[in-house]
Each structure stands twice: as C-alpha cells, then as structure tokens.
Design a protein around this ligand. Structure first.
Ligand SMILES: Cc1cn([C@H]2C[C@H](O)[C@@H](COP(=O)(O)OP(=O)(O)O[C@H]3O[C@H](C)C(=O)[C@H](O)[C@H]3O)O2)c(=O)[nH]c1=O
Length: 183
C-alpha cells in the first residue's frame, strides 16, 4: 500500500497493490498496523457504510458529524467512478475552508482517508456507482449536519455538468459562511 499525504495535512490518498492473475485480481484494502504507522491514527473503525447512486451527476454531501460523534472515513469506490472531496473544517487550521478532491474508481482502486474535522462529499462520475467506506464513529443523527455542495466560498469543481442530483436534505444545507466549526 502507498500512502500519499495530500495538500490537506492528515488527509491521505491510499493506493492498494493489486495482485493480478488470469482470474482477475486480489488486493488488501485495509491493514491496521500499516494504516496506524502511515497516518498516525488509531484506525479504530466501528461502522462500515455502503451507498449506491443510480445516476451520474449525483452529489452526496458535504456532510460531517459534530463531536463527540465526529467521524473519520476511509472511502473507496467499488463500482463506477466518483470524485471524492474533503474540506478542512478545523478551527484555526492554516488550510481551513480548503479542499482536496480525488477520482476514486473501481478501476484505480484508490482510497481516501479523511480524519474527523473535515467535511466529506462526493459526486458520481458514472451511472451505477457504489461507495464503501469505514467510519471511526457510529452514525449519530443528532450530530449529523451538512454544508451546501455548491457553496461559493468553497468553490468546489464537482466535475459534473450543470445542477447536481441531490437529496432534499442536501439541497437545503447551510452555507459555509454560516457554519460555526465544532472541531
Ligand atoms: C449516513 C447514514 C445514514 N443512515 C440513514 C439515514 C437516512 O434515512 C438514509 C440516507 O442517509 P443520507 O441521506 O444522510 O445518506 P448520504 O447522503 O449518503 O450521506 C452520507 O454521505 C456522505 C458522503 C457521508 O460522508 C456520510 O457518511 C453520509 O452523510 O440512511 C443511516 O442509517 N446510517 C448512516 O450512517
């Protein structure tokens, strides 16, 4: 596995090795001791999530859970292709409000590690995309919140043509200028 720290310190792009043979391939997608050594995080995951999006141009995000239920997420795309986005939401961070985005796909097998303190979202770059991700904290509706996907301050290029296909919740999410960081 190759861990590449991104422009947002502590956010890592992770490239898993694939052992290809005539049947297809095998890869290790998570190894706690390596993850801990390379990210400095304990790698204690308590919940695995899986989402399927029918349409290209869907956006899920930007989401976060506030402390004490803040979530770190280890994200990978198991079918199709997504643009995965992390936004630094940590008070006082020199990269506060800055984002990184990476194409994750079944083809490249890349993963993104997003620690607690970041907003997370993705856009789908293909129909029928599947995303599987590990979380460091349980789902907590009372701590769950969102920032609008196309916030002018964040200025994220989601690589989709025109308007996003959104949940009602995401369509009515707050603007970043009204966000008070709990991190
Ligand atoms: C996240 C979550 C949701 N749910 C239920 C709540 C709703 O009834 C339904 C759909 O939830 P939501 O619309 O929040 O799903 P997404 O829009 O995919 O949200 C996720 O998308 C972005 C990319 C994230 O990083 C978060 O993991 C998460 O916020 O699943 C659960 O039961 N458990 C959960 O952990």
């Amino acid at each position: 596995m190759e861990f590449i720290e991104t422009a947002l310190k502590s956010v890592f792009l992770i490239k898993a090795r694939r052992y290809e043979d005539k049947r297809g391939f095998f890869s290790e997608t998570f190894k706690k001791k390596t993850f801990m050594a390379m990210t400095g995080h304990q790698g204690q995951f308590v919940q695995d999530n899986f989402s399927y999006s029918k349409r290209k141009g869907t956006v899920r995000g930007l989401h976060y859970q506030s402390p004490p239920k803040a979530q770190g997420k280890l994200v990978r795309c198991t079918r199709g292709k997504i643009l995965d986005v992390a936004v630094d939401a940590r008070k006082g961070s020199p990269t506060y409000g800055r984002h990184v985005c990476y194409e994750l796909s079944f083809e490249n097998g890349d993963q993104l590690w997003i620690p607690p303190g970041f907003l997370h979202g993705f856009s789908t770059l293909s129909d029928d995309s599947e995303v599987a991700y590990k979380c460091t904290e349980y789902y907590s509706p009372e701590c769950d919140s969102a920032i609008i996907w196309n916030d002018p301050m964040l200025n994220i290029d989601w690589k989709i043509n025109g308007e996003a296909f959104l949940s009602n919740k995401d369509a009515s999410a707050q603007r970043f200028e009204d966000f008070i960081s709990p991190f």
